[in-house]
Design a binder for this molecule. Structure first.
Ligand SMILES: [Zn+2]
Length: 112
């Protein structure tokens, strides 16, 4: 199992592929494959057949998964794509910190 450094709701910067240089919000992470779905990134067009009244089909745009190694988390404070480091803060909570400005990105909780 790959250790994925991004989490759902993270703002990430895309390093490679056709969407290189763009940023987007993480919608889903698959820790088994290390693949990540990012809002508006790696869009592909899917031609769907109508299945029912609630599923009219047609041409839809859907995000495809990108590899987590092509993503960098964008720091909320310095607004730069940055490396994160795991540190214990003053309160003794384990948290992810921005290596560039030192800001706390998120506390490592039970959800991950
Ligand atoms: Zn920062």
């Amino acid at each position: 199992m790959t250790k994925v450094h991004v989490k759902v709701d993270d703002n990430v910067y895309v390093l490679s592929g056709k969407d290189a240089g763009k940023t987007g919000k993480v919608l889903a992470v698959n820790p088994k494959t290390g693949r990540v779905i990012v809002e508006g990134i790696a869009m592909s067009t899917v031609h769907k057949r109508p299945r029912s009244a609630s599923d009219p089909g047609g041409i839809i745009r859907i995000e495809s998964a990108v590899d987590a190694s092509n993503l960098m988390v964008v720091c909320d404070k310095c607004k730069r794509p940055s490396k994160l480091e795991m540190r214990f803060d003053a309160k003794g909570e384990k948290a992810r910190h921005c290596k560039a400005c030192g800001a706390k990105v998120s506390v490592v909780g039970r959800e991950n």
